[in-house]
Design a protein around this ligand. Structure first.
Ligand code: ATP
Ligand code: MG
Length: 413
């Protein structure tokens, strides 16, 4: 027998039951985000590799070992985007929007990271993300968090808690970084191999390591919150006050860091206990330095991204496509009329499957399989008098009526 081909490891198919959830997530995102005047953008999946090297940073796992990057024929190095923020900022600069005031964008689509596949951790996954470019104060931070909370509430996703932290800024982080490095060097024999390497090149990432021994060592590590300069400290206090005013519950977690280099000040995650180690469903923060590092003017920004597959795992099953009517033709002469009626019903907004004529037993069986609400039975009598016979498969009730009456009946029941 010919061997069946499989999809690439960590890359899943979106079958109807999964896509039904994704569509709900997308619909809710569009509705909730538009209440904050956020507009949709659709950005490329292929980007120059350099974009992520310069923004996400060479020292991050994402860039150093997880990118699907390759040499394009003739031109430079390109890659499948691992995240959405860098591309959004590139697009913002390329479109010359730096003098056009605040831009509030959202996007949804696939991202690619070559990580070890696990439940809730895929190599191709989808994110819904938002970027608010040009907003500076803590009020914006609180409002984007209120939008995230509203989004999760509207999806009826409960048991998710918000944790916030401040990552400081260029003024206060260097001193903190030194203190952290000193602490990590003192306990380095208890850290995993990756964290060993992180001590020098990305020490804050150790705080985020999922390895138990590393977590034990970061428990008494110095905290950024204790090293904030007065501007960062005020920003964080005002953020907390605004969250209180907005009734958004949160917990301060000094160990929240972001995996990407470009974040500063506010960092946050919405976390659930229901997905094991892959418990972060939505994460983000401020990235005031990114626009400048990609060649634009200093521009304050904040954003977040949610993993659609993880959100979907927290949602109950959703009914996929339903069938209102299966059209059954009794006898070859009834077939043309039954096809016409099926099409007429579809144009009235009903979902109709034609059973294809032939043996009536097979056609009724098909109606059962489709889980149809009604069968439309078309025989010689219906053809002759221009009628439709409808049988309600739940109650067994059958009526013969004009097409117009039939449509009305199908629409109300
Ligand atoms: P994690 O700590 O789980 O690796 P991350 O910090 O790498 O997440 P971000 O880059 O901030 O995640 O991405 C935002 C969201 O995208 C995550 O909270 C998660 O819901 C989702 N996400 C990230 N990586 C994956 C993946 N490999 N598979 C599925 N979803 C993912
Ligand atoms: Mg990750």
């Amino acid at each position: 027998m010919t061997k069946k081909l499989q999809s690439i490891r960590g890359i899943h198919d979106g079958l109807p039951s999964e896509v039904a959830k994704w569509r709900k997530i997308e619909d809710v995102a569009r509705r909730v985000f538009s209440s904050h005047a956020v507009s949709e953008v659709r950005l490329p999946i292929l980007e120059p590799t350099e974009l992520f090297v310069r923004s996400v940073g060479e020292e991050t796992d994402i860039v150093s070992k997880e990118m699907y990057a390759f040499k394009d024929q003739g031109s430079g190095n390109i890659c499948l985007r691992p995240e959405g923020t860098a591309g959004a900022v590139r697009a913002y600069l390329q479109a010359g929007l730096t003098r056009s005031g605040i831009q509030r964008w959202f996007y949804m689509g696939p991202m690619f990271r070559r990580e070890r596949p696990q439940k809730g951790r895929l190599r191709q996954f989808q994110q819904i993300g938002t970027e608010w470019i040009g907003v500076s104060g803590p009020v914006a931070d609180a409002e984007i968090l209120a939008m995230a909370q509203h989004f999760l509430d509207a999806l009826d996703i409960q048991m998710v808690r918000l944790e916030i932290n401040s990552l400081g800024c260029a003024a206060c982080r260097p001193a903190y970084r030194d203190a952290l490095i000193t602490h990590l060097n003192a306990c380095s024999e208890h850290l995993c191999k990756t964290c060993h390497e992180r001590i020098e090149n990305n020490p804050m990432r150790v705080l985020d390591c999922k390895n138990e021994s590393c977590q034990a060592q970061s428990a008494d590590a110095p905290e950024m919150l204790a090293h904030l300069c007065s501007d960062c400290d005020t920003h964080f206090s005002n953020l907390k006050e605004s969250l209180n005013a907005l009734d958004v519950p949160y917990k301060v977690n000094p160990r929240i860091v972001r995996g990407l280099d470009y974040y500063n000040r506010t960092a946050f995650e919405f976390i659930t206990e229901q997905l094991g180690a892959q418990g972060t469903v939505l994460a983000g923060g401020r990235y005031d330095g990114l626009v400048e590092s990609l060649g634009g003017p200093a521009t304050t920004c904040i954003g977040f991204a949610a993993g659609m597959e993880r959100l979907a795992m927290l949602m109950p099953d959703i009914k996929t496509q339903t069938v209102d009517v299966v059209a059954i033709a009794l006898g070859d002469l009834a077939l043309p009329y039954s096809l016409k009626i099926a099409e007429q019903l579809r144009r009235e907004g009903l979902s109709v499957v034609h059973a294809g004529g032939g043996a009536s037993k097979r056609q009724f069986k098909l109606a059962d399989r489709e889980g149809a609400r009604f069968v439309a039975i078309i025989g010689s009598n219906e053809v002759e008098h221009g009628l439709i016979s409808l049988k309600n498969l739940a109650t067994g009730e059958q009526t013969s009526c004009s097409i117009k009456q039939g449509i009305a009946l199908l629409k109300i029941s």
